[in-house]
Design a protein around this ligand. Structure first.
Ligand code: SF4
Length: 438
């Protein structure tokens, strides 16, 4: 059953206060306070940097609090004449308490809440809709960026965990032949706060779902064997995971093509004072951008790495993935081995199976020989249909045969249990279309 949720329902939407903040709109805030912070002789105890003051004065859009680092939030509050601890209160409300309405920050003085609500917003994505499937266990959101492009995110609920798949770009330049996103081309890179905001959306949605189901205080963590897990109506589960602790950067876009902003998002998601998502709960998926893999090998957080391989040789891989002409299979696998040697971490290889193209027993043997002895794991993904693409999903028997051959080579291998196929939320199906969906 597919359910439609209206955006703006049940507090799940991203609040956006359209307050235009020209000079005539300063209202309660005396100009003297701001101009006094600009000059180098200012002795104001909460002096904001000049760039921030000028930005606020000249901006005609609400200040997006998610766009600020901790330091910048302190500086922003200084422009309001507020001490640093107010910034910490606000950050806690946003990232820990998941508040999405400034007026709900009840630990702030009412006057400050009103001033803040008049000129700032929590986030900038406009939630257009949520489509849900799999008995309410998969939820795909469509957002519009302020610049007009669309992106999608998918929340997947399991008995013992919750995972959100987020986008790092609108569209994608990589042009993989089997992927809906790739057909769009690159529309734009996302900023780090756009990425963080998708995770906030997922956490708020899980929180709201738990409250809807009366589970918000339940200590019970269901298992697959738990008979209470699936509701009698064949639809909603009776219990939901308590916590969203997994983020996979596998939505629209190639994360390593937007590395710096993606990494900023990783650091903010990991922040123990904020969203506190463990590095091992973060998984980045790359099409095989060798420079990005090398950078990640040097990164301070042990984020999981998944590589879209999809073929064991250049002839087939180049036909499926243009990026292979830049970094071929040999170079990609050599870089992966160096990454494993440097980090000691296991790598996942994603392998989309297309009937008759890359799913033959011969190719399974070839792949097994390539990966033999490597600290890795292969995820086989039967291809998910994309309208207009003349490709076929591998039959079940071909998938299991492929898996068995890899295992005979000593390569750990699983077949991914797909989520969201019927709502075009599965791997390779995200197209950010405002008209997609049932
Ligand atoms: S599979 Fe990933 S890298 Fe390839 S086109 Fe799609 S989004 Fe881009």
């Amino acid at each position: 059953m597919v359910q439609w949720h209206k955006a703006l329902k049940g507090g799940l939407h991203v609040d956006c206060h359209h307050h235009y903040f020209g000079c005539g709109a300063w209202g309660n805030y005396p100009h003297g306070r701001f101009t006094s912070t600009i000059g180098p002789s200012s002795r104001h105890s909460h002096t904001a940097p000049t760039w921030l003051v000028l930005h606020i004065i000249m901006s005609d859009t609400p200040t997006n609090l998610l766009a600020y680092s901790d330091t910048e939030l302190v500086a922003f509050m200084a422009t309001l004449g507020e001490p640093a601890f107010r910034a910490r209160q606000i950050a806690r409300q946003i990232y820990v308490n998941l508040v999405n309405d400034i007026n709900q920050m009840t630990d702030l003085p009412r006057v400050l809440r009103e001033r803040l609500a008049a000129q700032a917003s929590i986030g900038s994505l406009q939630l257009q809709r949520i489509i849900s499937d799999e008995a309410g266990m998969t939820h795909k959101a469509l957002f519009t960026l302020p610049s007009g492009e669309h992106i999608e995110s998918v929340l997947m609920l399991y008995p013992d965990r919750a995972t959100v798949c987020v986008s790092t770009q609108a569209g994608c330049a990589m042009g993989c032949t089997f992927c809906a996103t790739g057909r769009l081309g690159l529309l734009r890179n996302l900023d780090s706060h756009h990425i963080v905001e998708q995770v906030l959306w997922a956490r708020r949605l899980l929180q709201a779902l738990r409250q809807t189901h009366g589970q918000s205080t339940a200590a019970h963590t269901p298992t697959l064997e738990d008979s209470t897990w699936w509701g009698d109506d064949g639809g909603h589960p009776e219990a939901l995971p308590q916590h969203l602790g997994n983020v996979v950067f596998m939505g629209m876009g190639e994360p390593f093509a937007n590395y710096d902003r993606w990494w900023q998002a990783v650091e903010r998601l990991h922040d123990p004072q904020g969203m506190n998502i463990g590095a091992r709960g973060l998984t980045v998926s790359t099409v095989g951008l060798v420079p990005g893999i090398k950078r990640l090998a040097e990164a301070p957080l042990p984020v999981n790495l998944a590589i879209s391989l999809h073929a064991p040789n250049d002839e087939i891989r180049s036909a499926m993935m243009p990026v292979n002409k830049r970094w071929n299979v040999a170079e990609l696998l050599a870089t992966t081995r160096a990454y494993i040697a440097k980090t000691g971490r296991r790598v996942s290889f994603e392998y989309v199976l297309l009937q008759g193209q890359n799913d033959t027993p011969e190719l399974a043997h070839e792949l097994g020989l390539q990966l033999r002895g490597m600290l890795c794991h292969v995820n086989l993904i039967p291809w998910n249909p994309v309208p207009g693409l003349p490709l076929g999903r591998s039959e079940r028997q071909r998938v299991t045969s492929f898996q068995r051959i890899l295992q005979e080579h000593g390569v750990a291998c699983t077949v991914r249990v797909e989520r969201g196929v019927s709502i075009a939320a599965a791997c390779g199906q995200l197209a950010g279309s405002p008209v997609s969906g049932p």
